[in-house]
Design a protein. Sequence first.
Length: 232
Amino acid sequence: MAVVRTRGRAYTLFAYRIPRKRAFMTGAFTRPPVNQLVFQLFDRTVHPEFFDTLAHRRVCRDGYTLTVRMTPTGHVIEWICGNVCILEVTATATQELPYRGRLLTHPFQGERRGRCAIGGVRYEVSLQAEVLTPGVFSHVHAELQADSARPGVLFHCRPHTREGLAPLGLVCVQPLPTGLNISSFHTYPDEFAVIKTQSLIEPPPGMPPTKEPPKGNPPRNSSPKGGSSPRR
């Protein structure tokens, strides 16, 4: 069982490959300009307090734990298996994030690709920012909103912007025989832009699974005792 949370609402989801669940936000919400966005990859966990989480979901399957967070700048995806952590973030270039463990940084300008190996796990990513005509953007936005056949997490902001559309984010996870394929789509109605990422995670055969923490221990990403600032 997993839970998608939004401010003021929680939706309980059952199973891993689920029909897409919608999460809505009713307060003010503004995307940053696309030219300020960067994609970053870490080989470590990053404390949730670094992010403004609008919705999240966590699942455990086949020895790994996958956490998806939807944020105003896009998403945070964390994959943990054994002692290996892969964390990808779409953020602004000025957003305060740790330097330690940062492996890749790419701006969302045109189409980019990256790859690396983390603890024997093969990781590849492609990312793209595309500015569309108003008509094509409206069509793409409507397809993402209405395509209920896609499993994953959908976040949709209520307030209307240009053309009556509101920012939308969608993350889809597809299990593969050798790993995971993760796709994301985030719309920016004020610029008629869509940013996309596609990631491939392939662990080596026989990789030790993630061990569940003993009962009573604080979660891995829990706030430090005494409310001190998260470690960088």
